[in-house]
Design a protein around this ligand. Structure first.
Ligand code: PMP
Length: 351
C-alpha cells in the first residue's frame, strides 16, 4: 500500500468483476451481456453525435434521456435519475442511505457490490438469508433498518419476487427507502415502476447494459418519487456533473425509443433460456427458475469449481462463486441458440 495515501484506502475490499478476457474466440457466458448487438438506431445516433459535437460538453442533466426514459415508463422526467451505469446510480443511492444508526438490509446471496458500497460509505448492513428455495421472503424484512435493497430478479439466483411481495415490503417499511435493482427485469418480470406513484419511498433502478445490449456504453437510471430523485441529483452534482458523455446520451435515447428491437431481442433471449433450462435439466442439472438472462444451476455429481474449469478448457467461460451455499452452482449467461448448442455439447463430453 502506498504510504502517501490515507489509511482508509487499506480498509476497502473492492468488488472483483467477472473476467473480461482478452481472448476473443471464447464463448463468453460469465457476465450476463446480451448476445445481440445494440439497436441499429442507437449505433446511428452515436455515429452522428461523433461527427457533430464532441467538442462541446454534454448536457449535465441529460434531459433528452430523462424524457425518453419517462416516456417509456409512463412517468415524468422529474421522476428519473440517470448515471454512468446502474453501478454509479447504486453508488449514489448508497451514499443517500448512509444513516449511522440503522443498518441497511439486503439478501445474503445477492449482487456482491452491495457490501462493497456499504464498506466504502461505512454503512452498517445486515445480510438477510434467502429461503431454502433461494427466494426472498418479504416477512424477513421487518427489523428496524435504514433502507432495503435487493435485485429483482435476484442475482445470481435469477429468482423473481412478484409485485405483491414487493408491496408487502414497502408497507412493512414506510419509513425506509426500498430500492429494487431491476438490472434483469426485462427478461420476464413485471417492473416495480408501476408502484412508484403510490410509494414515495420506492426507488427502482434499471440499466441499459443487459436488455438493451449497451454494457459498454455505461448507462443506468433510477425511477422514483421526485423527492428521492432530487436527493440523487444533489449527490451526483457533488461528485461529477457530467456522468454521461454525448455518445451515452444519444445512444441511450435511441435505444429507449426503439421498442420493437428491444422487445424482439428480449423475446429471443427468453426463448433461448427456456430451451437451455430444459436441456440442462435433461443432463441432470438442478436449474433454478429464472426470470433473468442467466441460469443458476448445479449438478448433483459435479463440483462447481471443477465444472467451470473444465468448461474453460473448452473455451466456454461461465461464472462460479466461492461463497457458502452456492459454491456448487454455476451462473450461465443465456447467449444465442448456437452458443447453447456448443455449451450443451461441451457438457455432454464432460459429464
Ligand atoms: N445490478 C445488478 C444486480 C447487476 O448484476 C449488475 C451487473 N453486474 C448491475 C446492477 C450493474 O450493471 P451496470 O453498471 O452495467 O448498469
Amino acid at each position: 500500500m502506498n504510504r502517501f495515501w490515507s489509511p482508509i484506502v487499506q480498509t476497502l475490499t473492492p468488488y472483483v468483476p467477472g473476467e473480461q478476457p482478452k481472448q476473443t474466440d471464447l464463448i463468453k457466458l460469465n457476465t450476463n451481456e446480451n448476445p445481440y448487438p445494440p439497436s441499429p438506431r442507437a449505433l446511428q445516433a452515436m455515429a452522428a453525435e461523433a461527427a457533430e459535437s464532441l467538442r462541446l460538453y454534454p448536457d449535465p442533466n441529460a434531459d433528452r434521456l430523462k424524457q425518453a426514459i419517462a416516456d417509456f415508463h409512463g412517468v415524468t422526467p422529474a421522476q428519473v435519475f440517470v448515471g454512468n451505469g446502474s453501478d454509479e446510480v447504486l453508488a449514489h443511492t448508497f451514499l443517500g442511505l448512509l444513516k449511522h444508526d440503522l443498518p441497511l438490509l439486503f439478501p445474503d446471496i445477492s449482487y456482491s457490490f452491495y457490501p462493497v458500497y456499504s464498506g466504502l460509505y461505512e454503512i452498517d448492513f445486515v445480510q438477510v438469508p434467502l429461503t431454502e428455495a433461494f427466494e426472498i421472503d418479504p416477512q424477513d424484512y421487518q427489523m428496524a433498518n435504514g433502507g432495503i435493497i435487493f435485485p429483482n430478479p435476484n442475482a445470481p439466483t435469477g429468482r423473481l419476487l412478484p409485485l405483491a411481495a414487493i408491496e408487502t415490503i414497502l408497507q412493512n417499511n414506510p419509513d425506509s427507502v426500498v430500492v429494487v435493482d431491476e438490472a434483469y427485469i426485462d427478461f420476464g418480470g413485471e417492473s416495480a415502476v408501476a408502484l412508484v406513484d403510490r410509494y414515495a419511498n420506492l426507488l427502482v433502478i434499471q440499466t441499459l447494459s443487459k436488455s438493451r445490449s449497451l454494457a459498454g456504453l455505461r448507462v443506468g437510471f433510477a425511477v422514483g418519487d421526485e423527492g428521492l430523485i432530487e436527493a440523487l441529483e444533489r449527490i451526483k452534482n457533488s461528485f461529477n456533473s457530467y456522468p454521461l458523455d454525448r455518445f451515452a446520451i444519444s445512444g441511450a435515447v435511441a435505444a429507449m425509443e426503439d421498442r420493437a428491437y428491444f422487445s424482439d431481442t428480449c423475446q429471443r433471449v427468453i426463448s433461448t433460456r427456456e430451451q437451455l433450462a430444459e436441456r440442462l435439466g435433461e443432463l441432470g442439472f438442478q436449474v433454478l427458475p429464472s426470470a433473468a438472462n442467466f441460469l443458476f444451476v448445479r449438478h448433483p455429481e459435479q463440483d462447481g469449481a471443477e465444472l467451470a474449469a473444465r468448461l474453460r478448457e473448452q473455451s466456454i467461460i461461465v461464472r462460479h462463486f466461492r461463497q457458502p451455499r452456492i459454491d456448487q452452482f454455476l451462473r450461465i449467461t443465456v447467449g444465442t441458440d448456437e452458443q447453447s448448442r456448443l455449451l450443451l455439447e461441451a457438457l455432454r463430453q464432460i459429464l
